[in-house]
Structure formats: C-alpha cells, structure tokens
Design a protein around this ligand. Sequence first.
Ligand code: GLC
Ligand code: CA
Length: 583
Amino acid sequence: MARSRSEGDWWRTAVIYQVYPRSFADSNGDGIGDLPGITARLDALVELGIDAVWLSPFFTSPQRDGGYDVADYTDVDPLFGTLADFDVLRDRAHALGLKVIIDLVPNHSSSAHPWFQAALAAAPGSAERGHYLFRDGRGEHGELPPNNWQSVFGGSAWTRVDEADGKPGPAERGDRARPAEAAGTAGAAAPQKAQWYLHLFDSSQPDFDWTNDEVKELFRGVLRFWLERGVDGFRVDVAHGLVKKPGLPDYTPPADGGSAGGAEPDVPYWAQPGVHEIYRDWHRVLAEFGPDRILIGEAWVEPLSKLAEWVRPDEMQQTFNFAYLETPWEAAALKKVVDDSLAAFGGVGAPSTWVLSNHDMIRHTTRLGLATPPPQGEGIGPRSEAHPDDAVGLRRARAATAFMLALPGSAYLYQGEELGLPEVIDLPDGARQDPTFLRTGGESYGRDGSRVPLPWEAAKPSAGFGPPRSDGSGASWLPQPEAWASYARDVQFGVPGSTLEFYREALAARRLHRLASNELVWLPPVDAQPDDPQTLVFRSGAITVIANTGPNTVELPAGRVVLASGPLGTGTLPGDTTAWIEA
Ligand code: GLC
Ligand code: CA
C-alpha cells in the first residue's frame, strides 16, 4: 500500500545529527567509542536541540573501513556493545523525543561475511559465488582483471582469488578453504580461468550482485529485523552503486573526477536505472511498519534533477545534498544551488536536505578556510599544499551554518561541528586507518582527520572522550591534538559567543520561527556595489536572513537580531557573517 505524504511528516523539517560511534564517547576505557557511551551522552544532544540521531555502522565487522565492512547485519560488534545495549540506546533516545536512524550498507559486505566466505570456498559458477560479482579474468589464464574499473579508495576494483585450475589464488591461499574441485561442478572440460571479485571500495568489501534474488531477500530481512527493533529509518550507504551495467564494460573516469563519482555521466557502476526498483521494494517494506519510517540515500548523483529520482513518492524519503555541501562560500553559487535544490526536490514532493560536514569530508570549519579544497576523499595532511586559515574557516563555517539552518527542509549536522572542531591535519601517518590512505600508499590522506574522538570535558584524560585507560594514557583510537581540550563541550556550554551556544541558539530559533517549513522568498542583495553581490538575503516568515559571503561590511536591515554567526557592528554586518533579523 502506497502511503500518502502529509505536511506532518517529521522528517520534512528534521535536524538529523550524525554520530560516528567510534569517535563519539567511550564508556569502557578502551579508547573506542561505543553504544553505552552514546546513550550516556544523549542528554547533550537534546540540549543541543536536534530531532534525530543517525548512527554510522556499529554492526559486527573487522573494521577495515570503520564498520562500513559488515560481517553480520543483525548484530552489534563487541567493540560497540551488544544488541541489548542498542535497545537501551533506542529506548533512551525515544524517551527523550529523538528518532534513531541506522546505517545500512547494501552495496557490499565485509569479506568476513559468511556468504563471502562460502563463495570463496565454493567453485566458480556456484550459487554461493552468485551472491557477489565473481568473474573470470581476462587473458589466457584469467591472469588479468575482468575490466579496468578502479576502486574508490585507489587501485584496481578487482581482487584475484583463483588460479587457472580453479584452486585458490594468491590473495586467498593459505588462510581460506579450498574451492570445491572444479571437475564435474562447472560441467566443462576446458581448463578454468582464474576468478576475481569486484570491490568498488576496499578489497575487504566485496560488492553484492543485486540481480540475485537471495541478495534482495537478505536485505528485506535486515530491514525487517531493525524495523521490528524500533529504528525510525535507514541511511543507505552508496545508494547510487548497487546495480552495475550488464556486461561490466570498461570505464575510464575523467582525470579530474571526484572519487565518489557525482558528476560523471554514464558510469557503469553509478546511478544505473535498476537501483530504483530496489528502493521501491524497500519503500513497501517500510510501509508495513507505518508512515513514519524513512530511507535516506547517500547518493552521489548529479545534477540535482537526476538525484531527485531517488526521492520520488514511492522510493526514499530523503537524499543527501552533496551539491550543496560542495558549493563554495559564494553568493551566486549558493543562490543557484538553493534554487536548484528546492526546484528539483520540490518537483517530486520531497523536502530539500542540506549538509556541510560528515565523516567522509574535510570538516567545513577547515574546508571553508581553503582557497581550493582537495577532491572528496583525498583529505589534507602535513604534506598537503593546501593550508587552511583557521580563523577565517571558523568564521565562515558559522556563517554557512546560520545560512543552512534557515533554509526550508531538513538539515544534517556531523558530530563535533557544534564545537567548531577543525579537521585534524597533523595526524601521524602511523595512526591513520582510512583504507584510502593505505591503498594509495599515503598519497591521499583520506578521511581520518574528520574522525578524531570528541572532546567533552577539558580537564579529563582524552578530554572526557572516555575513562582513563588501564595504562593511564587516556589515548583514543585516533590521537587528539593538544588543542582539543580548548574545544571541549564543558568549556563552551552556557558561554555566550561560543560555537556551541551559537548552534543552540540557531536550532532553537529555527524551531520557534518554523524556518524549516516556511517558504523562502529571495530579497534584493544589500551590497554597496550591487554589480557583483556578495550578500544573500531572503525572507522566511517573520525572519529576514542575510548572509555576507564577501569581505566588506554591509548595512543591516532594521529589526531585532535573532541570531548572529559572529560579532556585528552597529547596524552593520561584517564580512563572512550571517544574521537573522525579525522585523
Ligand atoms: C560511504 C560511506 C563511507 C564508506 C563507503 C564505503 O561513502 O559514507 O564512509 O567508506 O561508503 O562503504
Ligand atoms: Ca569503548
């Protein structure tokens, strides 16, 4: 039964806060965040003023990609706790009025998943191998990869498993079961070629074959398991990647293509039309559980008019707006992406979403301080050419957040942005864990700099991230920089002008003035020289929002200041500052 969408849908206006469990709060002193740690800190999120939490993966996993390599979709990794701990978290969140979104990773499993282990142990052509994308290699003995696809994390997207005689290949020899003897199984007398499996990400993340009915049934079961357990929705990882073009044709991306593949047309592994049938199917599964459960797509698809196909009325409810995230802090570009977003999503009856930071991006506090940010996934580190200006970055980040939180629709926050945390640039090489760093031999720093454990209490070991470790070191899985304690929540809470208080004021005023559900009406810019306007001005109900993206001070319209992202002059708005005025 198709469900109707009403204005009352909670997700249309929600502020959804992303928790990266490894780095949020550690309850047991092993230096890694966990579910009881999150539960213990939920009150702080209520005090912040958000509506929902999205938890990045906490499922059973060898943690080769921070848990985006799932070995059991219906259990909690012991690193993070137990299913009982999840139930406590869910109950506490719901009692506090917070929705709980979890992460679903359907494009690939971990290579430790029992299905992949069974596939390795089975013969080429077997039903077990059919769950994944095993193919014969090219060349006489299959010694070359089946096609030229590259992993998002660097290197070939294929790993070889079989020798040409059907025995385990170099990647798996020794620690894996031998495949069944090929004779008789494959039915052909001809010598077999070596087989390879596809992994668009790390070699520990084999891609499922989404034309396989058992794969479809597996994920229906996973959805139902968590829906029965009371989750309010799913953020769907790599929601543009599940279906591959038949025949898996070669593809060479443009030299300047971002790793996630957003703007490239006709990529045989991104945004294939077949994905939509999967989301229609899942939409029906969610509808069995009432009208309030949602699907959120992590789909790197451009243009926005195409991305809107993911949120047609019988598919997902929301999708991330990476076009918005990637827009520089420039008036004309921002106006265009806002208009394009409202038109594209509005055209299919979906809310626009807005986001500035997540666990895959350089934190916007740092990114907006860079003249030319590196492509997604590359990250920055000590040897990077890009050197951010911290003060400019934080000032722009707060101005950008004030602009974003005034826009109609749903907004995403990433843990720590409410503290003004910058990207950590000087992590030692030896501490880095992102497979991007490892697979490119350190050429790309990757995403660890946005994942450093949060500072809660300045005076405590690990800045209150967790209890002291038994060795007294207070060390966390990624080391916190010296200055981390100065960003701690307890030194910002209740302190006027702090970034935390700025976020709390913004979220409270957004709610009070219903900015998320009002209509946005652009007003003329207020620049002194209007030929190249640096200001963006719009009206939302009783509130006028002015963002000054340029360096020059401009005049502030008359009225009561409801929110300012930084200090104001007398009747004036300095550069890189946003204000909300009630007239
Ligand atoms: C998504 C996740 C990212 C992960 C990748 C592979 O892009 O956000 O963290 O590495 O998918 O699962
Ligand atoms: Ca822990």
